[in-house]
Every structure is written in C-alpha cells, then in structure tokens.
Design a protein around this ligand. Sequence first.
Ligand code: GRF
Length: 203
Amino acid sequence: MNLAVFVSGKGSNLNAILNAPELKGIASVKGVFSDKKECGAFQIANEFSIPIFSISSIEKEGYISYSKLPELLNSLDIELIVLAGFLKLVPEAIVKQYRHRIINIHPALLPSFGGKGMYGMNVHKAVFESSAKVSGATIHFVDEEYDKGKIIAQQCVSIADAVSPDEIAVRVLEVEHQLLPAVIKKLAENKISIINDRVITIN
Ligand code: GRF
C-alpha cells in the first residue's frame, strides 16, 4: 500500500512507520508532505530518501498549493494518507477524493480533548488539568472537521500517577508509536471496514 504522510513537527510517528518491522513489504511511504519547511520530519524523510513536498493553502513561492494536491497524490499512486502531527485542516477536495482513506493520530482519547486548537502540549495540559486517570492515542478517519471522523482504534495508558503534562506526553507518544503502524498494517490487509456505521477491525 502506498502512503503519503502529512506532518508539521518532529516526525517521531513518521519514524515509527518507517522503522516498523510489521510494515516492511506491505506499506511504503511515497511522499512526506508538510506545511512547515523546517520540520524535523523532513529531515527523517531525507534520511530515508523519501520525496518531500512543502504544501500551502495559498499560492506561495517554494510551496505546492492545495489545488495541485489531488493531481500530485494521483501521480504518486497514493492509497492512504496518514496525518502524523499535521496541524492544518485537510482540504475538502482531498477529504472527498480519499474518503475513509485518510487517518489521523490524536494524542488523547477522543471524543474528549479534541477539536481546533487541541494539539501538542495543549492536549496534554488539558488532560492533566482535568485530573483524568487515563489518556492514550486515538486513530480516526479524517472528515471535514478537526478530530471528528469515526474512531478506528484507541490505546490507553494510565496517567493516575503522572506529575506533569510532559510526563503524560511521553507516555502517550510511546503508545502512538505502537498503535499507528499496527493500524496501517490492518488497513493494508483490508481488515478494517465500516459496517452499520461503525468501524470494525478483524483480528
Ligand atoms: C503526536 O502527538 C500526534 O498525535 C499529534 O502530533 C504529534 C506529532 O508528533 N497529532 P511527531 O511529529 O510524530 O513526533
């Protein structure tokens, strides 16, 4: 299965995908797309000799505008788009073109602690302040709204004894790095489907 990975940050989830033994031979990253040229994820892509693409919602020198994305994704034969720390809304045309073929990883247990502005440490601070005893990672299909698409998989981690948002972030990221490759594998094997409006995974 050919993947496009959309990023904005340091790229630890991209790294987890690229190094996942279970994805060898079944999923291949054909391009890494970012709205931020200086992100760590681009460096990782370079180390793996994966083409990188800077993208922008507006016409800007040195960037590929969103209007060119459908054609570019087609030319790369992309079958699944993975949002791994991409902070922008995916353009509607892409959501339509790739309905149920775009997934996002969110660093909390949706539908709590999601939505616009809930990214990075904002999420972990809100979780910490709520005094929640578990947090975790959620992978969901992407639709037109932030963090609203149907949930594919979740993995939780105890944070009952966490003393700071930073500590929660570390625990959740570890879970993310396991869950994301596992879900991509299931999608590549066609073991995830939507039945009666619910996302079902076959073991
Ligand atoms: C992760 O916590 C992910 O859940 C969120 O953004 C962060 C990206 O981290 N959407 P990285 O760039 O993969 O290290």
